[in-house]
Design a protein around this ligand. Structure first.
Ligand SMILES: Cc1cc2nc3c(=O)[nH]c(=O)nc-3n(C[C@H](O)[C@H](O)[C@H](O)COP(=O)(O)OP(=O)(O)OC[C@H]3O[C@@H](n4cnc5c(N)ncnc54)[C@H](O)[C@@H]3O)c2cc1C
Length: 409
């Protein structure tokens, strides 16, 4: 991969894109945020608006994903999640499934399935990535969903229950991770495309959540779901080779290194950037409020106790963004994550979002505690970042293991 310098200045094209994203976030997402949070439904009209201007599209997402500076995705996530986290997740949730195909699929699979995930501006679609299960959250290796090959028909048969799937059940295309060889733990997993309308796939319960309520989260039940052989991402030959290598190593007692870890290091900064967006949004509301709210005859920001909090809030938001940008740049420039910098960025940004949104509520006093002001919603939304895509505890485990080389549990 080409060497790219770490540059902190966005170039002119990026600045233009950021300002376009900011406009959509401020003018379309923010005003709709409270309504969709209350409705707890996918904001289809907003997704459609985004599709009309090319923001909800494979082209736009791919352009940011392949941006050689690494800053395209973090910049996009920060602006959209600054607008509103629930609506933003409804817009970028499809991207999580698309990345699952980009990371493991053949060129033909990418060309066939990824465009279908988005649909078009007149008929938008969403996609879902289904890995988590009721008994396999942080412990992905204990996944129970099985994929069995029916050689006579060249079909894979999937059985199991997935949970917490963003867009699960309402998606056209589902990407499902299943165990092909459970003895090999996560090395025995493979990913499958379940095409739209495949019999046997159904939505289980839809969760009523604390935050990001505009984003649909549900169980996905797989009951003898049959998909054609070509729906195995990467193809059978590659899978057979990978499984044979893993079995050889397991036989020799060799500890199987998890290749997925490198992928996670590269994808986690994107979640960090979402957290930065929410944290920045709450900080900005709090700063404005502190400058205008008067008590004891002067703006509350005149008190050091208030001003110092704002100083700390802004310092952590900027620190989080720097960690996110560093890790994103490392990902695209092919640098090794020798200190788990991707996990570091997600850990710090997620914890920052929780802290800064809680401080914002405090600075708004009674108003902060009501739904008349957005910081209450932002605080509820912020709680997700330290849970999905690996909890904060799992990030700490990864960082500590990487730094020490010890099998810390
Ligand atoms: C809104 C939402 C959307 C989601 N979207 C998706 C999606 O689209 N696709 C998908 O596949 N999944 C999705 N997830 C699932 C998410 O990734 C999991 O919830 C997450 O990985 C944690 O798993 P768990 O909920 O089973 O918690 P558990 O793994 O049961 O963890 C419970 C607690 O124990 C701690 N813990 C567990 N193991 C250890 C350990 N070894 N050391 C220290 N502490 C530990 C955890 O940190 C946590 O605090 C989503 C979840 C939510 C809430």
């Amino acid at each position: 991969m080409a060497e790219t310098e770490f540059v902190l200045d966005l170039n002119d094209d990026q600045k233009e894109v950021r300002s376009w994203l900011h406009g959509f976030a401020a003018d379309v997402m923010r005003p709709a945020a409270a309504e969709w949070d209350e409705r707890e439904e996918t904001p289809w009209p907003v997704i459609q608006e985004a599709a009309k201007i090319g923001l909800y599209s494979l082209d736009f997402y791919a352009q940011q994903y392949f941006d050689p500076t690494g800053l395209g995705i973090p910049m996009t996530m920060e602006e959209l999640f600054w607008g509103d986290a629930g609506i933003a997740l409804s817009i970028v949730g499809t991207g999580l499934a698309a990345v699952g195909v980009l990371a493991n699929g053949t060129e033909e699979q990418i060309g066939t399935w990824v465009p279908q995930m988005y649909g078009d501006a007149n008929d938008v679609k969403v996609a879902a990535f289904c890995s988590s299960e009721p008994d396999a959250g942080s412990d992905v290796a204990s996944m129970r969903t099985r994929a069995v090959y029916d050689e006579a028909k060249d079909e894979w048969v999937l059985n199991g229950t997935k949970t917490w799937a963003t867009n699960g059940g309402i998606a056209d295309v589902h990407v499902v991770v299943a165990a092909v060889d459970p003895e090999l733990g996560s090395k025995g997993h493979a990913s499958f495309i379940v095409p739209p309308g495949t019999p046997g796939l159904s939505q289980g319960q839809k969760f009523k959540k604390h935050g990001i309520r505009a984003s649909h989260t549900a169980e996905v039940v797989l009951d003898n779901v049959r998909v054609p052989g070509h729906c195995l991402l990467g193809g059978k030959e590659k899978l057979d080779e990978r499984l044979a290598r893993a079995r050889e190593r397991a036989k020799g007692g060799e500890r199987i290194k998890n290749a997925a870890m490198a992928t996670f290091e590269a994808s986690r900064p994107a979640v960090g950037a979402m957290a930065v967006g929410t944290a920045r949004a709450a900080y900005e509301v709090a700063l404005e409020y502190a400058k205008t709210r008067e008590q004891f005859g002067r703006p509350i920001i005149d008190n050091q106790g208030v001003a110092f909090q704002l100083a700390d809030m802004r310092t952590s938001v900027d620190a989080a963004r720097l960690l996110v940008w560093r890790a994103s740049w490392m990902g695209v420039s092919g640098r090794k994550f020798e200190s788990a910098e991707g996990s570091m960025s997600k850990l710090f940004a997620s914890e920052t979002a929780k802290k800064v949104t809680a401080q914002a509520i405090q600075l708004l006093g009674g108003n902060g505690y009501t739904r008349e002001y957005p910081v209450e919603r932002m605080h509820r939304d912020a709680a997700i970042y330290s849970i999905f895509e690996g909890t904060s505890e799992i990030q700490r485990l990864v960082i500590a293991r990487t730094l020490s080389g010890m099998p810390i549990r």
